[in-house]
Design a protein around this ligand. Structure first.
Ligand SMILES: NC(=O)c1ccc[n+]([C@@H]2O[C@H](COP(=O)([O-])OP(=O)(O)OC[C@H]3O[C@@H](n4cnc5c(N)ncnc54)[C@H](OP(=O)(O)O)[C@@H]3O)[C@@H](O)[C@H]2O)c1
Length: 342
């Protein structure tokens, strides 16, 4: 039977999305090579027809090709049915990652994304990582202008610390914070989630399936191609996997008891975090999407939530991200008074 996909208000500014979203990153980048375009377009059409309308991309996925793919998939009347979220700020220069939040870059990125997506307005525009050289007020000031000009509707941030979220929100209301949130990545619960709730900001959990670990367990590692970024992920390294696989086994065992798959159970746990939470699991396969959407029907009692949480509590080995040590995750920006506009 088809699952009815509930719609929720994201943030306090009027954005409405499907309770479950779709992460499009893996279709074009990072998780092995780009996947065949016709198949990805069929997948996106199927997803929209199923009632999942909250689509997540970024200019850095590809780079650029993921937005172009989405632009093609949304032709023929589908654009009006969806909410497009994209991101800017991560760029590559001489093979090195750079993060930019200066006003000229913000504007140029937005205009380039609009062209690639072949749309007039981005529904939700995130700062992907925080540029620690630019006061957040300056980046937000340019985003605010883009809202006033009708080029973007709502503003989001990803992987910002609580004080940066507060400073950003004081310039223009933030609609959503996108951070990693799953059974084994819960660091945001301490400060980010309470800050968002206090300010009326929604939370969009990325990698809710633990980048596929909660779907296939340790076998995931065997299937990764050489160019798959997850090969570098600390939690998937042999020395950590030995211990981390026990978490998957416990989730799997509980899923059998509940009559669902581990993927559905892990996703259901994220979906149960509140009415202000809309996760964006990624997939490149219709059958996996069809499985994941059924997580919306998995009901968990508070006792079952606690039981699930206990499996990963205090035992996860390895940082959640290969780039945790980089200064762009959870960092402060300089005070506005330090900024000298060019
Ligand atoms: N803001 C940020 O910095 C940031 C960072 C990372 C990701 N994101 C966003 O979040 C989205 C989701 O995150 P993610 O893709 O990293 O991780 P995820 O959603 O936790 O996991 C995706 C992986 O799980 C696999 N998978 C999904 N459903 C499955 C199923 N039912 N059975 C078996 N395997 C399954 C997918 O493989 P198949 O393709 O084979 O289904 C894919 O490899 C991304 O697409 C991106 O839009 C944002």
């Amino acid at each position: 039977m088809a699952v009815k996909v509930e719609r929720i208000k994201l943030g306090s500014q009027g954005l409405e999305v499907s309770k479950l979203g779709l992460g499009c990153m893996g279709m074009s980048a990072y998780y092995g090579g780009p996947k065949p375009e016709p198949e990805m377009i069929s997948l996106i059409h199927h997803v929209i027809d199923s009632g999942v309308t909250f689509l997540d991309t970024s200019d850095v996925y590809g780079p650029h090709t993921n937005e172009i793919l989405l632009g093609k998939a949304l032709k023929g009347g589908r654009r009006e049915k969806v909410q497009i979220a994209t991101k800017f700020s991560i760029t590559h220069k001489d093979g090195k990652m750079e993060v930019r939040g200066d006003p000229a870059y913000v504007r140029a990125s937005c205009e380039a994304s609009l062209k690639r997506l072949e749309i007039d307005c981005i529904d939700l525009y995130y700062i992907h990582r925080i540029d620690i050289r630019v006061p957040i007020e300056v980046t937000m000031g340019e985003l605010k202008k883009l809202v006033e000009e009708g080029k973007i509707k709502y503003i989001g941030v990803s992987e910002a610390c609580a004080s940066t979220i507060r400073r950003a929100h004081a310039i223009h209301p933030i609609t959503a914070v996108q951070n990693e949130w799953s059974l084994w990545s819960r660091d945001l619960e301490e400060e980010i989630v309470p800050t968002c709730r206090e300010l009326g900001i929604a939370i969009v959990p990325y990698s809710p399936l633990g980048r596929g670990f909660f779907s296939t367990g340790p076998k995931l590692v065997e299937s990764l191609s050489e160019d798959d970024m997850r090969k570098k992920f600390p939690r998937l390294q042999a020395e950590n996997l030995e211990s981390n696989k026990l978490i998957y086994e416990r989730v799997s065992e509980m899923a059998s008891r509940k009559g669902c798959t581990p993927s559905q159970l892990a996703l259901a746990w994220v979906l149960h975090q509140g009415d202000d939470v809309a996760p964006i699991p990624g997939t490149t396969k219709i059958e996996n999407f069809n499985q994941n959407i059924k997580a919306l029907s998995v009901k968990l009692t508070p006792e079952e939530m606690s039981e699930l949480e206990s499996y990963a509590s205090g035992v996860v080995k390895g940082e959640r991200h290969a780039f945790m040590s980089n200064t762009w995750i959870n960092s402060e920006t300089p005070p506005l008074s330090s900024w000298k506009a060019e």
